[in-house]
Design a protein around this ligand. Structure first.
Ligand code: CDV
Length: 311
């Protein structure tokens, strides 16, 4: 392994995207942050989940045409092409989340990894879809990811990009240890993800501060236990009156937060990530080949829900 491997890693948090905001305006904001990341020496920038639109799963919609407005039928498409063009010009890579409508009519909550030549080198479709598919008339807003999206069909795959191995996931996936372990078993070094986390939990009276603390603890614990960097970009602030948490972060394989946003607006944070830190953990405490005992982990794949003790 190269003794001096670093990665200029940036997270581009987004403030609110309101219903009235055009794709053109949103892409303009992404380009601004791409330039900011470049000026700091970053090589790759992470944008949020569903970065091109408001977090539309909060709205009950029945009309197919209305729903389609939030989905991208091709990537890139004319609205998003300027981002690809600018990234190629700046020789920057990026991760972007968006709603995907395939030619066959399937709908996914998707992210892509785009290399510095503008090529899409990896795609991920969200697996852990939170929320519900029915119309909750008593709730202050909806969380209809189970209505608007199918469960992703691409699995958790690691991708090599310019000498670094990346894994991708989206929002609720970040709370599940299986996400990171499947990626770290492919020797992912950096997990990149976007999120939209409403400050209010519509299912139970969860104290608001827990929305941020459970977000951070999930990222920190899993970065450490899987010996990888985690870069998490939120879309946050008040979208048409619906508030979402900020606290976009970059976490080192030590589990420490090394950069964190201060605002609930568009904001870039960046670090020079030393990839050798992960390598140290992979060779010692989390040397999987040496210390894991999968024969004792069978339940993880054999059982879905919690059940009776083993006999
Ligand atoms: N977009 C998300 O997946 N949001 C979930 C909410 C519903 C809790 C999250 O895990 O942040």
């Amino acid at each position: 392994m190269d003794s001096n491997r670093t990665l200029g890693l940036a997270v581009a948090q987004m403030g609110p995207v309101n219903l009235a905001d055009s794709r053109k305006a949103v892409v303009g904001r992404l380009i601004e942050m791409l330039r900011e990341a470049k000026s700091r020496g970053s090589e790759v920038v992470v944008f949020p989940e569903l970065a091109l639109t408001t977090f539309f799963p909060r709205y009950w919609m029945e009309d197919a045409e209305e729903i389609d407005r939030y989905f991208e039928k091709a990537m890139p498409n004319p609205d998003v092409q300027p981002l690809f063009d600018e990234a190629r010009k700046l020789s920057m890579s990026f991760y972007l989340g968006y709603a995907e409508l395939t030619p066959e009519g399937h709908r996914f909550n998707t992210s892509i990894l785009v290399d510095k030549t503008g090529g899409i080198i990896g795609k991920y479709r969200k697996i852990h879809l939170p929320g519900h598919s029915d119309h909750k008339l008593d709730a202050p807003f909806q969380h209809l990811e189970k209505k608007y999206f199918e469960v992703g069909d691409l699995g958790f795959r690691a991708f090599d990009m310019d000498g670094t191995r990346f894994g991708m996931c989206l929002c609720n996936d970040r709370r599940w240890p299986e996400t990171y372990r499947v990626l770290s078993l492919q020797t992912a070094e950096v997990v990149v993800l976007g999120y939209n986390t409403p400050s209010i939990n519509i299912h139970w009276n969860e104290p608001v501060h827990l929305r941020t603390s459970t977000h951070l603890i999930s990222l920190q614990a899993n970065a450490y236990q899987n010996a990888l960097w985690v870069a998490a970009a939120g879309k946050c602030g008040s979208e048409d009156g619906f508030h979402m948490i900020g606290s976009s972060v970059i976490v080192a394989p030590t589990g420490e937060i090394v950069a964190r946003t201060l605002s609930e607006d568009d904001e870039v944070i960046s670090v020079k990530a030393d990839l050798r830190i992960g390598e140290n953990f992979r060779q010692h405490v989390f040397n999987f080949a040496k210390h894991r005992s999968p024969e004792h982990y069978r339940l993880i794949v054999d059982r879905v829900g919690a059940g009776e003790p083993l006999v």
